[in-house]
Design a protein around this ligand. Structure first.
Ligand SMILES: C[S@@+](CC[C@H](N)C(=O)[O-])C[C@H]1O[C@@H](n2cnc3c(N)ncnc32)[C@H](O)[C@@H]1O
Length: 338
């Protein structure tokens, strides 16, 4: 792909491997659940005369998608969250699709723009909402109980010092509510203290936890996988790129279970009742990772993992979503009206 083919501000990760896994053909209908800068959509449209329904929850990303659609009418912008992919695809006039791709997390646009409040290195409002709707990161740290803040930081940031950080947050907000990113970064750094030889910023994990919580990223991903199972045609492809072990675990566990590889669900042990027919075939058990060269040219790629699978003819399952961290629903945050 040429440099002009993609948006210069966000360099898409593992794009060649995504398109190979998706294997678009002429006439296919695909969904890009995370349009962002449009790198994956453009790459798919470049190799086949297909159609791409482009979803993003971020209004700025949708503006880019509308611009792109003006140049290529095969792109169909569809604002919304990808957990609602089923109704979005229906509204676009399709019952089923040939492929779905997800590139989880934030884009460089989010991290580079001070006013979006995602970065602990840039002064900006403590926001972190991809959709610009609902409770912000400031609402979380200014209103939730110390216990809940500690749980969020521990479960979604895997931060060992979560209790100390939560205590420092609650202590500080007694005198003044948090307003900015650097405000929070400073309090977290003070609570954690610099560890000798530490290469990452002390607020990295706390910021990650708040971002995942504010955007309900794990819930969104789990619901999207279930919905994609319902809308993919037989032989349709699911391709997911993740950047964090919590996200990758959700994808890995879902595909292991749906392809009949999860421990204890063998369909072939004599005498045991057969489990349900696999809804996905998984051909590569190990996740696909970027080459060293890609990581050098695009450091954001370093923790990326790609998993893909092909839908079988078996009916979609109606199983509840399990295994997500138990935390209060962000949309029901008390005392928050935004
Ligand atoms: C890593 S970027 C995608 C980059 C894109 N693949 C490209 O090549 O430019 C992730 C995008 O997904 C969007 N996003 C994240 N979670 C979402 C969700 N639950 N529903 C819809 N869009 C989401 C973000 O707003 C962001 O624009």
């Amino acid at each position: 792909m040429t440099a002009e083919a993609t948006d210069a501000r966000h360099v898409p990760v593992l794009v060649r491997q995504v398109v190979e896994a998706l294997a678009p053909i002429d006439g296919a209908v695909l969904v890009d659940g995370t349009y962002g800068g449009g790198g994956y959509s453009r790459a798919a449209l470049a190799v086949a005369d297909c159609k791409v329904i482009a979803i993003d929850r971020d209004p700025d990303a949708m503006q880019r998608a509308w611009k792109h659609a003006g140049q290529d009418p095969r792109l169909i912008p569809a604002p919304g969250v990808f957990s609602e992919i089923e109704s979005i695809v229906r509204a676009a006039g399709h019952e089923q699709v040939d492929g779905a791709m997800l590139d989880i997390g934030v884009s460089s646009y989010h991290l580079d723009e001070d006013q979006r409040g995602f970065s602990f290195q840039r002064e900006g409002p403590l926001d972190m909402r991809m959709s610009r709707k609902g409770p912000s990161a400031a609402d979380v740290v200014n209103t939730m109980s110390e216990q809940n803040i500690a749980n969020i930081i521990f479960r979604l940031g895997e931060e060992q010092a979560s209790r100390r950080i939560a205590r420092a947050i609650v202590e500080r907000r007694k005198s003044e509510p948090f307003r900015t990113t650097l405000d929070l970064a400073e309090v977290v750094s003070g609570a954690v203290g610099g560890r000798k030889g530490q290469r990452t910023h002390p607020a990295t994990k706390t910021f990650q936890a708040l971002r995942i919580y504010v955007n309900d990223e794990l819930g969104e991903l789990a619901r999207a996988l279930h919905a994609i199972e319902r809308i993919l045609k037989p032989d349709g492809r699911l391709v997911v790129v993740t950047f964090h072990s919590l996200e990758d675990r959700i994808v890995k566990d879902f595909l292991r279970e749906r392809s009949g590889q999860a421990p204890g669900v063998s369909r072939h042990v004599p005498g045991l009742p057969k489990g349900p027919a696999p809804t996905f075939d998984v051909f590569e058990k190990r996740a696909i990772e970027p080459s060293g060269a890609e990581v050098i040219s695009n450091p954001r790629a370093r923790s990326a993992k790609l998993r893909w699978a092909m839908r079988t003819m078996a009916p979609a399952r109606d199983t509840p979503i399990e295994g997500l961290p138990r935390l209060p629903e962000v949309s029901k945050l008390e005392g928050v009206t935004s």
